[in-house]
Write a protein that binds this ligand. Structure first.
Ligand code: AMP
Ligand code: MG
Length: 322
C-alpha cells in the first residue's frame, strides 16, 4: 500500500497524464474532493464505480471548464440554464440536461439526461483546460462515507484504493453542489447543496420546487441514507432533551453555534461561533469526520436555522441520522 505522502501531488502534468491513461485522480473542487476520470472513457468510468463501491444505478456529474463546452455533452440548453450559468459558473450548481451522443449511459446510469457543472477551483480548472476531455467526478470516498473536504480525508476513506490526490487545500464550500433539473420545463431542485434555493429563485425570478425523492426517481442516489459517519448519528431540535436519553454513554455533540451545554461536554465541535450558515457549511464534514474518529457511542447534532444554505446543512444532518 502506498503512503499518503507518495500519493499527494501538486503537479498538474502528472495528473493530466494519469487521467489520459484512463486512471483516476482525486481532484479538489470548492464543494468536496472528486474522484475524477475521463468522461469519454468507459474503461475509466468503470474504475470509479469499482473504487468507490458505487451502485451502477447512481449517475455521475460531468465537470467542464466553461459554459462554452456545454454543447459537447448536452443536446439542448434551456434559457434558464444560460441565466443560471452566467450567475453561478464557475460554481457549485449542477444542471441536469438531455445528454449528447458523446456521453455514455455509463455516466448517466442509463438515463438520457446528464448532470453537468463548472467547478470553481483554480487548480482543477487549469487541469480541465489542459485535457482534451471533460471529467466525471463523484466525491472521492467509498460510497456512503462522509465526503472528503481535504486530501487526508480522501486517503482515509479510499485507503489502499487511493489514487493520486491533487492537493488543492481545503474545500471552501464544504458540501456538495446544488442540483437542478428542468423536467416538463419546471425548474426543480433535485439536491440542496452549497447554493441556496433562495439564491436560485432570485436569479430565475420565479419560485423553484424541491423534488420529492420519496415518490420520484428523477435523481437516483438521492432516496437513500447518505453521508453517514460510522458512529451512530442523531440530529435533533431539542439537544437538552436528547442528551438525557444517553446516560453513561460516550457522547459527542455537533453544535450549530455557541451553546452553554458545551460546558458539560467532553467531546464537541461548534460549526460556527458567530452562527453564520456559510461558515457552518464549510466546517460540517470536517467536524463530522473529527467526531467520527473519537470512537464515541453516539454523536448528537443540532439542526441549523432552516434558511439559505441552513436548509442544505439540515438535509445532510438528517440523511446522516440513523
Ligand atoms: P455526487 O455523488 O455528489 O457526484 O452527485 C451525483 C448525484 O447527482 C447523483 O447521486 C444523482 O442524485 C445526481 N445526478 C447525476 N446525474 C443525474 C441525472 N442524469 N439525472 C438526475 N440526477 C442526476
Ligand atoms: Mg458522494
Amino acid at each position: 500500500m502506498k503512503k499518503y505522502s507518495e500519493l499527494v501531488i501538486t503537479d498538474l502534468k502528472a495528473a493530466a497524464k494519469t487521467l489520459s491513461n484512463d486512471d483516476l485522480v482525486a481532484i479538489p473542487t470548492e464543494t468536496v474532493y472528486g474522484l475524477a476520470a475521463n468522461a469519454f472513457s468507459e474503461n475509466a468510468i468503470d474504475k470509479i464505480y469499482q473504487t468507490k463501491n458505487r451502485p451502477q444505478t447512481n449517475p455521475l456529474i460531468v465537470h467542464l471548464h466553461n459554459f462554452e463546452q456545454l454543447p459537447k455533452v448536452a443536446k439542448t440548453i434551456p434559457k434558464e440554464v444560460e441565466l443560471l450559468a452566467a450567475h453561478f459558473w464557475p460554481g457549485p450548481l449542477t444542471v441536469v440536461l438531455e445528454k449528447s451522443d458523446a456521453i455514455s449511459t455509463k455516466v448517466t446510469a442509463g438515463k438520457n439526461t446528464v448532470a453537468v457543472r463548472v467547478p470553481n477551483h483554480e487548480l482543477t480548472l487549469a487541469l480541465l483546460r489542459s485535457l482534451a476531455f471533460p471529467l466525471v467526478a463523484p466525491s472521492a470516498n467509498k460510497s456512503n462515507h462522509i465526503s472528503p473536504t481535504c486530501p487526508q480525508h480522501v486517503f482515509n476513506s479510499l485507503k489502499e484504493d487511493s489514487p493520486l490526490i491533487l492537493d488543492g487545500g481545503i474545500c471552501s464550500k464544504g458540501i456538495e453542489s446544488t442540483i437542478i433539473g428542468f423536467e416538463n420545463h419546471k425548474p426543480t431542485i433535485y439536491r440542496l447543496g452549497s447554493i441556496s434555493k433562495e439564491a436560485i429563485e432570485a436569479v430565475l425570478g420565479t419560485s423553484v420546487q424541491l423534488a420529492n425523492h420519496e415518490v420520484s426517481s428523477i435523481a437516483p442516489g438521492m432516496q437513500k441514507k447518505h453521508y453517514a459517519p460510522r458512529t451512530p448519528f442523531i440530529s435533533c431540535t431539542n439537544l437538552q432533551e436528547e442528551l438525557k436519553k444517553y446516560p453513561n454513554k460516550k457522547i459527542g455533540v455537533l453544535f450549530f453555534t455557541e451553546n452553554p451545554l458545551a460546558k458539560q461536554m467532553l467531546h464537541y465541535r461548534i460549526l460556527s461561533s458567530s452562527g453564520c450558515v456559510e461558515e457552518a457549511m464549510a466546517n460540517l464534514y470536517k467536524m463530522m469526520h473529527e467526531l467520527d474518529e473519537l470512537e464515541l457511542d453516539v454523536i448528537l447534532s443540532e439542526l441549523a436555522p432552516e434558511k439559505g444554505v441552513g436548509a442544505s446543512i439540515n438535509d445532510r444532518l438528517t440523511r446522516a441520522s440513523s
